[in-house]
Design a protein around this ligand. Sequence first.
Ligand code: F6R
Length: 270
Amino acid sequence: MRVIVEPTADAATRRAAAFLARQLAKKPDSVLGLATGGTVVGIYQELIRLHREQGLDFSQTTSFNLDEYVGLPTTHEQSYRRFMQQHLFDHVNIPAERTHVPDGLATDFETSCARYEWEIGQAGGIDLQLLGIGRDGHIAFNEPGSSLGSRTRLKTLARETIRDNARFFGSEEAVPRLAVTMGVGTILDSRRCLLVAVGDSKAEAVAATVEGPVTAQVTASALQLHRDVVVILDEASAAQLRRKDYYAEVEEAQTLLESGQLAALGIASS
Ligand code: F6R
């Protein structure tokens, strides 16, 4: 796990957007896994800016969103399809037919979830999966206790998540009780994961994810089993990490390696 701590939330957001932009520059037909929520709004704003000002191209990109509430029409203000249209898709040149959000209005969820998994496979699998994290340590809507091998399925939202998301709905009662979500296993199949967290309300979940035991009680901790995970944090969300100094040293060594300053790392020149 590569842990990058930026001084502010803004800097963390820009760094995350730069990661996504680099992925698209390297592989324009990338399959991106996308998230919704407060954390990613600034990341999408920065991607839109890069699209407008620097020609960041989404024309060959395919996307799969992590989750969707059950029972909300796609036009509902709080549906994740609407969120994606509003915050990203309507402002970049991604072809509409290549954007995928789980179907929260399905009549047969078993079939529609299996189809979502199949579609991800047909697209060649997810190259880079963007993730936020809940205060209870969830990724997507994989609430505490979710199987670490789980696939796309229906999930009951935890009370803590309902309380957190009530700010978007006006009241707890208005928050749907169920969601369709990619499973932890689906997420772990992505080639690369990018987890972003900002703010002190995430500090405990971040520490448990990065430095705690791998446990279904903190589903983000399953990312420790993935071979290519980048975690981008601001100082506030990194506040409870015990090995912050070491992560900074790793970043410093990485920068020296990338800029060819091998002597500084004790590597003899050939
Ligand atoms: C949403 C999702 C969730 C959020 C998480 C953090 O697609 O997958 O796991 O990433 O709940 O939400 P915010 O960013 O609103 O704190």
